[in-house]
Design a protein around this ligand. Structure first.
Ligand code: FES
Length: 217
C-alpha cells in the first residue's frame, strides 16, 4: 500500500495538504458516510504512517513495506467520529405521527433505528466543526427545510435531543424554546462528538407562528 496514493497526495505534500486530503478522504470513506470499514481503516493506516514519519522510501524511491505501528493502526476499529467532525444522528419530525411516536419519547432514536426508514428520514452523518448542521445535511444530499439561512425565519428549526452545538446570535427564538432544545440548523455548529437531532420541526406549536414565508428571502 502506498499511503500517499491512499490519501491522494504527492510524497512531497506539506502538512496542510496532507491534513486537507485526509479530511476529504474521511468524508468519502467513513462507514457513516456510506464508505466501507476496510477503506476507512486503510485511510487511518495511511494517515498515521505519513503523519508520524513512518513512511520509508526504498533506494529506487518506492515506498517500503508498512511498519508494525501502521499495521496496528489498520487493525484498530474506527471509534468516535474522525478528528474535526461530529457524528449527527438525525430523524425527520414528519415520520413521528406515522409511527405513533412522540418527540420526547425516551427511546425515540432507538425506535427509529429499528424501523424501516429511508436515509432521508433517519440516519447518521458527519458534520465538520466549521460547518452548520444545515450545510452538512445538504453536503450529504438531503433537502432540510430553510428559507433565510441567517437566523431570521425559523424554517430550519431542529430539536437538539443530545449533544452540544454553538449557535450564532438569533433574535427569532424565544428563550424558552432554546431551553427546550430548539435550535436553528442554519446557525448551529457542533461542539460535541455525538449529536441527536430531530429536524423539520417547524410545525411544532410555537414555531409555526415564528416562520416567515420563504418568498421573502
Ligand atoms: S433558514 Fe431562516 S433561520 Fe435558519
Amino acid at each position: 500500500m502506498d499511503p500517499f496514493d491512499v490519501l491522494g497526495v504527492d510524497p512531497d505534500a506539506d502538512d496542510a495538504e496532507i491534513s486537507r486530503a485526509y479530511r476529504q478522504r474521511v468524508k468519502e470513506t467513513h462507514p457513516d458516510q456510506g464508505g466501507s470499514r476496510e477503506a476507512f481503516m486503510q485511510l487511518q493506516q495511511a494517515y498515521a504512517a505519513v503523519r508520524e514519519g513512518k513512511v520509508e522510501l526504498n533506494e529506487d524511491g518506492s515506498i517500503a513495506d508498512s511498519t508494525d505501528e501502521a499495521d496496528a493502526a489498520a487493525r484498530s476499529e474506527p471509534q468516535g467520529p474522525p478528528p474535526g467532525t461530529s457524528r449527527m444522528e438525525y430523524l425527520d419530525y414528519d415520520v413521528l405521527a406515522d409511527y405513533g411516536w412522540e418527540i420526547d419519547d425516551d427511546d425515540l432514536f432507538e425506535a427509529a433505528s429499528n424501523a424501516d426508514l429511508g436515509p432521508g428520514e433517519y440516519g447518521r452523518l458527519l458534520v465538520d466543526h466549521d460547518e452548520t448542521l444545515l450545510e452538512a445535511a445538504e453536503r450529504c444530499g438531503f433537502a432540510w427545510p430553510y428559507a433565510c439561512r441567517g437566523g431570521a425565519c425559523a424554517n430550519c428549526a431542529v430539536l437538539l435531543r443530545e449533544g452540544e452545538v454553538e449557535m450564532a446570535n438569533s433574535h427569532v427564538l424565544p428563550e424558552g424554546m432554546v431551553e427546550e432544545g430548539i435550535r436553528l440548523s442554519c446557525l448551529c455548529r457542533p461542539r460535541s462528538d455525538e449529536l441527536q437531532v430531530v429536524y423539520n420541526v417547524k410545525h411544532l406549536p410555537g414555531l409555526d407562528e415564528l416562520r416567515l414565508p420563504s418568498q421573502q428571502f
